[in-house]
Design a protein around this ligand. Structure first.
Ligand SMILES: [Zn+2]
Ligand SMILES: [Zn+2]
Length: 175
């Protein structure tokens, strides 16, 4: 049934999700190359975002390895750092030493979460349960009053999406 004229798409012409396409477009317009490692990392992080997951570098590395065995783990870690530096990914620090990654959405983050340098954020705050470790997204505006008071009282610009606030989730609070 497959037609003889069916062409094999190259990696870059393959159909990506709109979010991955947008990230690739931003990479290219920044003069950055789209490498197999970068594409694999963007796909994994995008799928995790859609599934409402928060993945560490180790977890992203494991998933990339499942899809692209040729991409070394060290390359994945370097790729996470460079994509975050380019503003295509954002990261969130959790309790302890864990860091998790999201695709960055600068358009949506403006103006509520864009800082003065235009650093990309993914536009929502995070809370993490100290007992069970689960990470929950909090609405983007939930820390607005806190941010306003810190600005007024201390002249401090709070980066509301850069680190998770620690506490106890509803389930653990019941137990
Ligand atoms: Zn909990
Ligand atoms: Zn999140």
């Amino acid at each position: 049934v497959s037609g003889p004229s069916r062409s094999v798409p190259s990696d870059e012409s393959q159909r990506e999700s709109p979010r991955v396409e947008a990230a690739l477009g931003r990479l290219r317009s920044a003069g950055e190359r789209v490498t197999p490692a970068r594409l694999a990392v963007l796909r994994v992080v995008d799928a995790a975002d859609v599934a409402d997951e928060h993945l560490t570098a180790e977890q992203i590395g494991a998933r990339v390895a499942a899809h692209e065995p040729a991409v070394h783990r060290a390359t994945v870690y370097r790729t996470l750092t460079s994509l975050t530096g380019t503003g295509v990914l954002s990261h969130v620090h959790l309790g302890g030493t864990a860091t998790v990654y999201h695709l960055a959405h600068p358009a949506r983050a403006v103006p509520a979460n864009a800082d003065e340098t235009g650093t990309a954020t993914h536009g929502h705050a995070h809370v993490q349960c100290s007992s069970c470790g689960r990470v929950l997204d909090a609405p983007a505006g939930v820390l607005d009053d806190v941010a306003r008071r810190l600005r007024d009282d201390l002249g401090f610009e709070l980066d509301t999406s850069h680190a998770a606030l620690l506490g106890t989730c509803a389930e653990c609070a019941q137990g």
